[in-house]
Design a binder for this molecule. Sequence first.
Ligand SMILES: Cc1cc2nc3c(=O)[nH]c(=O)nc-3n(C[C@H](O)[C@H](O)[C@H](O)COP(=O)(O)OP(=O)(O)OC[C@H]3O[C@@H](n4cnc5c(N)ncnc54)[C@H](O)[C@@H]3O)c2cc1C
Length: 404
Amino acid sequence: MDEKLQTRCVIAGGGPAGIMAGYLLARAGVPVIVLEKHADFFRDFRGDTIHPSSLELMYELGLLDEFLKQPHQEVRQLRAFVNGHVVPIADFTKLPTHCKFIAFMPQWDFLNFLSAHARAFPSFQLLMQHEVVNLTFDQQRVTGVRAKTPRGELEIRADLIIGADGRHSIIQRCAGLERQECGVAIDVLWMRISKKKDDPQQTLGFFQQGKLLVLLDRGDYWQCGFVIPKGGFDAIKARGLQQLQKAIVSFAAFLRDRVAELDDWSKIKLLTVQINRLRDWCRDGLLCIGDSAHAMSPAGGVGINLAIQDAVATANLVGGKLRAGPVSVDDLRNVQARREWPTRLIQAMQVFIHRHVVTGQTSNRKDSLPFVVSLLKWFPVLRQIPARFIGIGPRPEHYWNRGR
Ligand SMILES: Cc1cc2nc3c(=O)[nH]c(=O)nc-3n(C[C@H](O)[C@H](O)[C@H](O)COP(=O)(O)OP(=O)(O)OC[C@H]3O[C@@H](n4cnc5c(N)ncnc54)[C@H](O)[C@@H]3O)c2cc1C
């Protein structure tokens, strides 16, 4: 027989949006169960960036000092190599936040840290290896989820279901929420290459004539993201592994002695980049947040931050009411109303970056700098604009600490 549970709020997905929402709601005294389909947070692809506004939130929650004891790197300025020129892109040192840097921390460490703190609240439960497979309804109202677990099927009834299950969200599909796509011209190949002691310090991006290689420092290896034209992976495979290895070395010559580690296509994963958002983020009994409400491109590395901000807005706007009982669809619409324009603005900026910086559609000279990038090189004060946009983002959220 299926197992059945009842709680106030159930969250599908233990990514940044789900774990942060679970933490904040539990802290506000709301009984909450987070369901994560994987057994742990250790997956190959996870963005690694915790931005100044998210660090500010950690400060407001009293977690910052302990958080910064986790292994991480602090990046105060972003530089890129664009068509052979070194270009300063953003300077975070003048931001009005406690941390004037982006912390690069493996996302599994971030999620383990936050979920460990969430577990300290008696009203928080995180169930790993629990995959949401369907929703339950009472007429038009969503009343719960059905999940596959190692012990069989589980049904959880709740006053609020939060979809935080990422860009391939089953929640948005089962709820019949309509998705609007923004055209995206790129995909990303994701792979590992080992790192040596005398390699350069963390480098963020090499741009060349509409191509981009990103290297993220993961201690003993580089996590490499190689941007390719959308749908172009088959053509790259047809040209062969050696051509791909050569292309990588043409960006980062210091990898020449190791690039042959990429000796099998199974070591190269295709990540399909999407930018989209839901027309309605909610319906009676259900709210989507994070990538489940709006899938983000890696451009600017702001998706995690945005997911966290959605979680904070959710806790602020519905946490207090939810502790007492069900919330109305109008309460849920307030979350969308608060978070939709920052999302639209960032997505518009990501589309702009894809067109004008990453794919270089505005310039065909091999050694030229895109005009916007040249402005950053000429006028240092302008670097504070991307710093603010990337580091804090439009409409940063602060935890109101209403519940307790
Ligand atoms: C190639 C690429 C690189 C990126 N790099 C960065 C970066 O460096 N920095 C950055 O800020 N953003 C980056 N992004 C964007 C970022 O990954 C997302 O915006 C962010 O992870 C969204 O967080 P989330 O919690 O909404 O969703 P996710 O991080 O996708 O988390 C969703 C969670 O739900 C779980 N789940 C899914 N389905 C179910 C189910 N049915 N039942 C239970 N659990 C389920 C998943 O296992 C996952 O743990 C990148 C995106 C791409 C495509």
